[in-house]
Structure formats: structure tokens, C-alpha cells
Design a protein around this ligand. Sequence first.
Ligand code: FAD
Length: 309
Amino acid sequence: RQVNEAVLAHDGPLYADVGGDVDVSFEFSPPKTDKAEENLWQSIATLQPLSPRFLSVTYGAGGSTRDRTHATVARIARETDVPAAAHLTCVEATREELDAIAQEYWAAGVRHIVALRGDAPAGADGYAPHPGGYENAAALVAGLRRLHPFEISVAAYPECHPDSIDAAADLDNLKRKIDAGANRAITQFFFEPDTFFRYRDAAAAAGITAEIVPGIMPIASVAGVMRMAAMCQTDVPAWLTRLFEGLDDRPAARQLVAATVAAELCRKLYAGGVKQFHFYTMNKAELSFAICHLLGVRAGGAAQAKVAA
Ligand code: FAD
């Protein structure tokens, strides 16, 4: 019943009326094994024909995936015709080390960095900047800007970052990142369209004019999403967990439900004027592909989808 009310409250266009003007990007994590690498490249092969704006690759906690992130991003830059974006964090690295990594990216033809502070290592008592490092994401953005004319994305938190005193301080922080030279913000995942709309309004009121792209998390695993949501203090509505009840042994039904839930979120965001979506693919292409398909994003690009329609 709650789901129906939510749908009615935010109803927008039918799927057939969405599309032709939607842009997407996809996020992957660097593979740890040969099998995972094969899976990643299959996922990229599935999603690349949708002409995404960029494919981004995460950076493991404390720089643990530094080499794997670099290898994956460089291969995307080399072997696909989609711009590659490298995530980079300030954790446990000096400014010189981070500048050197960024220089290597530039030399490899990578022009887009997702600039992040990162999290404290496991067991540490809160985040502490490296003594010779960039203090936070805003400082990293400024550092990158001094090096090369990178395209720079930063993180944004519609439900407030756990380290922030309050939502206003969190928005001030986002504004500092944009003022330091970031081109766009990509949000942490969330499940209610209003969460995004309220945040977008508050950002506009705070003078933030850069685009804020919603980060969409298709629910490949409920347990996994619950764990991540607890860490980043994202609300998982009760209606959402109820939708997945009884599906533990039904992977196909679970996929259909997951695609429906994420596509509904995107459809309602589209109704509120959102035209760009960033997908946390978890290296599983099929879900993101299905959601994009519902949004009218097809192989050959938006223009072709429009013509076909
Ligand atoms: P910042 O924007 O620097 O700030 C984090 C918090 O600290 C904010 O609440 C801010 O208000 C506060 N703060 C910062 N500076 C100050 C200051 N001077 N005084 C007071 N308060 C301050 N993590 C990874 O490890 N690897 C990844 O690849 C990765 N990719 C991500 C991609 C996206 C799209 C998102 C949304 C998150 C990603 N993260 C990743 C998680 C991110 O690293 C964490 O959320 C981290 O805790 C904060 O990083 P940030 O860049 O938002 O930090």
C-alpha cells in the first residue's frame, strides 16, 4: 500500500514517453581475479554500446587498488570509445604521490577524475588527513586543477555525509569542491525521489550551479545494499525491504524486482527534470542495461532511440 501511495504521489511519464534525452554513466570496481576481470570486460562490452558519457572505476580503500584501478582505467581509455574516469582518494598518500598518479592518468589519455577524500582505514578512530597529503576532496580538486585541465567529478550526499555536523555544513563542503574547480557532483545512492529533489533545491539555494547527477544503485543483493547503506547512513525504506522478502531463492524474480524498483526511481526523477543518471553497476551489467532500456537509452545513442520512437 505504501508503494502505491509513493507511486501515485510522484507519478510521471510512462516509460514509452521517457527517452531520447537521457544520458548515463556507469561505475565499475577494479577486478581482483582473472574471472572477475573477464566478467568486468563482458559488462563493459554490454554497456558500452549505450554510448555512456563516461565509464568510471573506483579506487579501493587506502589506495589498495591503485594499480588495478590504473590498469582498468587505462584499458578503457585504450580499448573503448567511451571516456574513462578514474576515482582517486586522498587516503594515506602525500600530495606528491597523488599528483604523480594524476600525471600518469593524463599521460595515459585519461581526462576525467572522480576526486574523493576517501574513508579512514578500518579500525581507525575517524578520518585524519595524511600529514603531507591533501586535507580533503576540495583540496584534491584544487591540486588537480593546478596540474591539468581535467574534467572533475566529486561526491555529494543527499542524506548528508556521516562526518558532517549537519546538512548545511555538508552543502558548504560541496560548494567548496565546486568552487575549487569540480565540474559536477555525483550523489551517494538513495531510494526516494524526494530525497534527491530536496537536496537539489537546497544545493541551488546554496548557490551551487554545477550539475548534480543522481547515483543509482540497482539492488543486485539486498544484504549487500543494506550493509553499504548502514555504512553511509542511507535510508532503506521499509517498503523496499518488503519488496524483496521471500526472493532469496529466486534470483530471476529478484532481478526483475530490482530493475523495476530502480527504473521507477529513475522515471520519477526524470519527471522532476533529471536527464542524467550514474549507475553503480557492481560490475553486473544486465540490471543497469535493463533500466537504461526502460529509460529509452539504446545502442547507437539517444538520437537513434528518438528516431526509432
Ligand atoms: P569530502 O567532500 O572531502 O568530505 C567528507 C566529509 O568531511 C563531509 O561531510 C565534509 O563536510 C567533511 N569535511 C571535509 N573537509 C572538512 C573540513 N575542512 N572541516 C570540516 N569538515 C570537513 N570511496 C573510495 O574509497 N573509493 C572510491 O572510488 C569512491 N567512490 C565514490 C564515488 C561516489 C560517487 C561517492 C558518492 C562516494 C565514493 N566514495 C569512494 C566514498 C567516499 O570516499 C566517502 O564517502 C568519504 O567518506 C568522503 O569522501 P568525499 O570525497 O565526499 O569527502
